[in-house]
Design a protein around this ligand. Structure first.
Ligand code: FAD
Length: 149
């Protein structure tokens, strides 16, 4: 029997920005996202690095899918690729309606396991599931997490 779509899931995707994102533009996304996500019980984080996004959406499966569909239509980014979708017992970013951080590739290349990847100039869209999980793990705790605001 199929499980009803009521459990929390975690959906992670990466995409390419179609415009330059200064901190001011990122905060505009966040202002809207914060209100909407709070209303819908969605939490997560959004990373931006030199023209690409990495976003984690946590929440009720149906709500997360609806939001993801809406985000995909946003012309401010393109080439979205879903990296992870899985049920979760506990949320990793429950205190953020959407945590945000901006990085350079050089900074990201300091994450253990991702040194070569970001060091070679790769962007979030090329991560694949395995490296996406490594990145996610780095933000679950410790010094990387402290960059989220
Ligand atoms: P409106 O703001 O009226 O948007 C109408 C349409 O215009 C939408 O298609 C929208 O995508 C587009 N649009 C809005 N502002 C601009 C702009 N400045 N330039 C060009 N097009 C624009 N929203 C959330 O609620 N939660 C999230 O976690 C979230 N994360 C996002 C992550 C990324 C990387 C991006 C690019 C957007 C994100 N958004 C998020 C915003 C989301 O895509 C919608 O813009 C937002 O939910 C509001 O949509 P709306 O249809 O209610 O309203």
């Amino acid at each position: 029997m199929t499980e009803p779509d009521t459990k929390d899931i975690c959906l992670v995707y990466a995409s390419a920005a179609t415009q330059e994102f200064e901190p001011k533009e990122l905060l505009k996304i966040l202002a809207k996202a914060g209100r909407h996500n709070l209303r819908n019980g969605i939490t997560g984080m959004l990373l931006y690095a030199e023209g690409s996004f990495f976003q984690v959406l946590e929440g009720n499966g149906q709500k997360v899918h609806q939001l993801y569909e809406r985000i995909l239509l946003d012309p401010r980014h393109a080439q979205a690729i879903k990296l992870i979708e899985e049920p979760i017992e506990r949320r990793a970013f429950s205190q953020w309606s959407m945590g945000l951080a901006r990085f350079t590739r050089t900074e990201l290349s300091k994450i253990p396991g991702l040194n070569d990847f970001f060091g070679q100039g790769s962007s979030f869209t090329g991560l694949g599931e395995g490296r996406a999980k490594t990145l996610l793990a780095a933000f679950r705790e410790g010094r990387w997490r402290r960059r989220l605001h």
